[in-house]
Design a binder for this molecule. Structure first.
Ligand code: DC
Length: 222
């Protein structure tokens, strides 16, 4: 079975998808991490992303691998585990920018489709229900207000011992929404047949339970 979860930055997709996948015994696939790994390489390499030829050459040098250790997804960029490095704000902003480019999306399309074809997955991202898995049995569009999303990101960074600035977090969230929703290729939008869940006033458990119930219901029908 394929479950697609899309939504804007900070809506809680990865936390919720991870927990729901654990409850259901499904594989959790975080596609944002793949875009982040590419963005990290392009930053390291200082690629001129406006130049299609240099971008394509750089992409040819990139090998992305997804490895699961005890059910946790690790992303390898050219055989180096970059799962921690890809979480910085710098990489978030770069990933939002570079994921709008067709060659970058082309690079990840087959990898994402093939993981979903051979596993029961919960896959989260921006274009999973609309583009990657249009036939997913369950589609969710997970949203939350900008303030709630900014607060969640703030708390997450604080918990990591960082000194976040609320205003810049909010600004980055708005910028990423704007880029992810308004790009020409595979923009973030709710698939027509996706269930909208606004998690602003819901606990993590409530959202997870709602998704697990939707998946179980779809499983009964199948
Ligand atoms: O979910 P995330 O914040 O880790 O994703 C990082 C960026 O990658 C996000 O700003 C947009 C892009 N992305 C995408 O374009 N398509 C996806 N399926 C997943 C992420």
């Amino acid at each position: 079975m394929n479950v697609a979860i899309d939504g804007p930055a900070g809506a809680g997709k990865s936390t919720i998808a991870r927990l729901a996948a654990k409850k259901l015994g499904f594989l959790y696939v975080d596609t944002g991490a793949m875009y982040r790994a590419i963005a990290l390489y392009l930053l390291w390499d200082d690629t001129d992303i406006e130049n299609e030829e240099s971008l394509k050459k750089a992409l040819d040098r990139i090998n992305i691998n997804i490895v699961y250790e005890k059910g946790v997804q690790h992303v390898f960029l050219n055989f180096q585990d970059v799962s921690a490095e890809i979480r910085s704000e710098k990489v978030s902003i770069m990933a939002s920018k570079t994921s709008a480019l067709q060659p970058v999306r082309d690079k990840l399309l087959d990898l994402q489709k093939s993981i979903a074809a051979s596993n029961d997955v919960i896959m989260d991202g921006r274009d999973i229900g609309t583009n990657i898995l249009p036939n997913a049995e369950v589609k969710i569009y997970l949203d939350a207000s900008t303030d709630v999303r900014a607060k969640r990101r703030y708390d997450e960074m604080k918990a990591k011992g960082e000194s976040p600035d609320m205003e810049s977090i909010k600004k980055n969230i708005i910028l990423r929404d704007e880029q992810d929703m308004n790009r020409k290729i595979a923009p973030l939008r709710k698939a027509e047949d996706a269930v909208l869940i606004d998690s602003s006033d819901m606990s993590i458990d409530q959202v997870v339970d709602r998704i697990v119930a939707l998946v179980n219901k779809a499983g009964e029908k199948a």
